[in-house]
Ligand binder design. Structure first.
Ligand SMILES: CCCCCCCCCCCCCCCC(=O)SCCNC(=O)CCNC(=O)[C@H](O)C(C)(C)COP(=O)(O)OP(=O)(O)OC[C@H]1O[C@@H](n2cnc3c(N)ncnc32)[C@H](O)[C@@H]1OP(=O)(O)O
Ligand SMILES: CCCCCCCC/C=C\CCCCCCCC(=O)OC[C@@H](O)COP(=O)(O)O
Length: 274
């Protein structure tokens, strides 16, 4: 046999093996799907970042490229988001969005409803993920070092100063990390300090339980329907920094109740856990 025929034969055996295991093993198929999910993001970031750098540089409007390039994943995986309360985002001025964070699929939900001129606060580790970090930086994401409280607060305080000047909306995950459980984690205070310092409203956005489509523990990634509910804005004008804790707690309570209400598989859960 010629060398190329050997290569073709080996490739066929390899692909048949992949196909076989994909259908035999749910764990293997889960890892294949996750590989495709991350691979798609890396590919898009690698293709688009040099072009964006060349033509536009760093600016918040580049978010639309992230939107266009990442949303096909929603169709590839058959994940549908039903959005409720879109009218609550008809606010011309800056505001802070706080949202629950269950898994990497939140990226799809976030891009589904994200308003114009909106930046996300992200962990600085994302910046070091090669082309993905570069793409995030180009889209204006703001990075904080969660291990260095002082530097994180300095960054947040600078954001509070510029968000009104530059008419920015800021998207934050006040749980501070991914949380696949049904009870929201205690909220970090950064988002509330930001809203009070900038004297801008807070808009809570709740995504229903993603367990119908995704569970890392169960190695599950499958099509499903989720709900995203955008709640009415919470005004902060006139409130002082001494209200931060109360504001964080009442917002968390409201979001937890909404989470139970819109998560079909959790109907019946009424009691707030601590
Ligand atoms: C084009 C191609 C496509 C490519 C495509 C790529 C796709 C790429 C996907 C992107 C998508 C990103 C998605 C990322 C999503 C995440 O990375 S989530 C993780 C990062 N985000 C966060 O952590 C935000 C939430 N964290 C916070 O807000 C935290 O408060 C901070 C600012 C980090 C500080 O952390 P901490 O010290 O642990 O916080 P905390 O317990 O809140 O506060 C401690 C004390 O400091 C006080 N404090 C807090 N903040 C302040 C402040 N600013 N001023 C004064 N005092 C303050 C508190 O009031 C509290 O005081 P006490 O009550 O103890 O008296
Ligand atoms: C030379 C560099 C090598 C590059 C390697 C690149 C590997 C990048 C792999 C996949 C990129 C996918 C990025 C998806 C980002 C989804 C956002 C997200 O979910 O971030 C997690 C963050 O909210 C909370 O983090 P933790 O739950 O605290 O953890």
């Amino acid at each position: 046999m010629e060398q190329y025929q050997w290569i073709l034969l080996l490739l066929t055996i390899f692909m048949t093996g992949i196909f076989f295991f994909y259908h035999q093993s749910p764990t293997f198929s889960f890892y294949c799907k996750m590989f495709l999910f991350n691979g798609w993001i890396i590919l898009m970031a690698t293709i688009l970042s040099p072009c964006i750098t060349l033509f536009y540089g760093r600016r918040v409007e580049n978010m639309k490229f992230m939107h266009l390039s990442i949303l096909p994943l929603k169709n590839i995986y058959g994940i549908k988001f039903m959005v409720q309360g879109s009218e609550n985002l008809n606010i011309k001025k800056p505001y802070v969005i706080v949202s629950n964070h269950q898994s990497c699929l939140d990226l799809l939900g976030m891009l589904e409803v994200m308003p114009e001129r909106c930046v996300t606060i992200a962990k600085k580790e994302l910046l070091y993920m090669g082309p993905v970090g570069w793409a995030c930086w180009l889209c204006g994401l703001i990075f904080i070092d969660r291990k260095n409280k002082k530097s994180a607060m300095d960054v947040m305080n600078r954001v509070a100063q510029i968000m009104r000047q530059e008419n920015l909306r800021v998207w934050m995950y006040p749980e501070g990390t991914r949380n696949p459980e049904d009870t929201l984690l205690p909220f970090k205070r950064g988002a509330f300090h930001l809203a009070l310092k900038a004297q801008v409203p807070i808009v809570p956005i709740v995504t229903s339980s993603l367990k119908c489509c995704y569970s890392y523990k169960e190695k599950k990634l499958k099509p499903g329907n989720c709900t995203i509910r955008i709640l009415p804005k919470i005004e902060t004008q006139g409130l002082g920094l001494e209200e931060v804790t109360a504001l964080a707690e009442s917002t968390r309570k409201l979001m937890q109740e909404t989470f139970y209400e819109i998560s079909e598989d959790l109907h019946g859960e009424k009691e707030m856990k601590p």
